[in-house]
Design a protein around this ligand. Structure first.
Ligand SMILES: [Zn+2]
Length: 341
């Protein structure tokens, strides 16, 4: 099954005004026509800092969630329909669940569920790579266009690898699109009044080989991705343009994806100035939760009276949003189910 809405070319008007300084919290699509490559650069500053700071998760969990946020922004911002893109991992490692919600055009929220002791043990043992923290399970990507439409869901296995690996695997097997993704998250420390101030920064880049010519497009006619597990799918030799693009992407240093002194334009220019690169209008992203007192109230009213009775503590029902930590309190009488006469 394919999701063309996720991979259609960007049709915005190109703007060729090179930015001198880095714009944060943006997505910048680009195209390298000579090599049939398309991609997008994501730079996250205050947005990712707001999401990760609010949670106050242990450092490796925050960093991991930051990577998932970057990946969700790269993929969600490519949606050609209004709706929600949900990236979710479900695995057996110390961090059992990561959820990132991207609502078009650029609203993001995210949270993680993890075992405190498992994470502490992983930190003590120095085993805090993405693979160590996630373990085995799957990565699910869901496109939700609202109540009256069907959901699309793509699944890919996570077997002790990185989120990048999972994304490559997904695009190759499910969409037959050679894809490379790089994700980077780091803490930035700056001197300030009252000591060093710490901020999260994150960035990423995705490159895809989307050939226009039929000669190259034949490359895409590989196995549709439903081969049984363990079966090696025969692969045609890779197109030279893709080999070149992939090699260029491998030269990107993590710091280039995060450094506020390197603009997105400068980054893609450094990589692709020889074949020539065109950048497109950037899109903004920001941190915002979609919870509200009304939606929590509706959720509570949907439970049985017995369930609600069990939620009462100190004479009130208290609900904390897992995404944004907002706390909502209700008097038990306020959330009785509406009785139908
Ligand atoms: Zn919330």
């Amino acid at each position: 099954m394919t999701t063309p809405i996720m991979t259609n070319p960007e049709t915005a008007i190109p703007s060729r005004t090179p930015a001198a300084t880095t714009a944060d919290d943006i997505v910048m699509p680009f195209e390298v026509s000579a090599l049939d490559l398309r991609g997008r650069v994501v730079r996250l500053g205050p947005m990712v800092d707001e999401i990760l700071e609010k949670h106050a998760y242990p450092q490796p969990v925050a960093k991991l969630l930051g990577e998932a946020v970057v990946l969700a922004v790269i993929l969600g911002s490519a949606l050609k329909v209004d709706g929600r893109f949900i990236l979710q991992t479900q695995t057996d490692g110390p961090v059992g669940l990561l959820v990132v919600d991207f609502t078009t055009p650029g609203k993001v929220r995210a949270c993680a569920r993890f075992g405190k002791e498992g994470v502490e043990a992983a930190i003590a043992a120095g085993k805090t790579s993405t693979g160590d923290l996630l373990g085995n399970g799957h990565l699910a990507m869901t496109i939700d266009q609202g109540a009256d439409t069907s959901r699309y869901q793509g699944l890919v296995a996570l077997n002790g690898g990185t989120l990048e690996d999972a994304a490559h695997e997904y695009f190759l097997r499910s969409e037959q699109i050679p894809t490379r993704v790089r994700l980077a998250v780091a803490e930035e420390f700056t001197a300030g009044e009252g000591g060093a101030r710490h901020r999260w920064r994150a960035g990423g880049i995705m490159l895809q080989f989307l050939p226009k010519s039929s000669e190259r497009a034949r490359m895409a006619d590989l196995d549709p991705g439903d081969a049984p597990e363990g079966v090696v799918v025969p692969q045609a030799p890779e197109d030279d343009a893709w080999v070149q693009g992939r090699a260029l992407l491998e030269t990107v240093e993590d710091v280039e994806l995060i450094d506020p002194d390197i603009s997105s334009e400068r980054l893609v220019y450094r990589l692709f100035h020889e074949p020539g690169v065109r950048v497109y209008k950037t899109a903004d992203v920001h941190a915002e939760c979609s919870c509200s007192r009304a939606s929590v109230e509706a959720m509570l009213k949907s439970f049985s009276q017995d369930d609600r009775d069990h939620m009462v503590e100190d004479g009130k029902i208290s609900v904390t949003c897992e995404f944004c930590s907002m706390n909502y309190e209700f008097a038990p009488g306020d959330v009785r189910a509406n009785l139908k006469s």
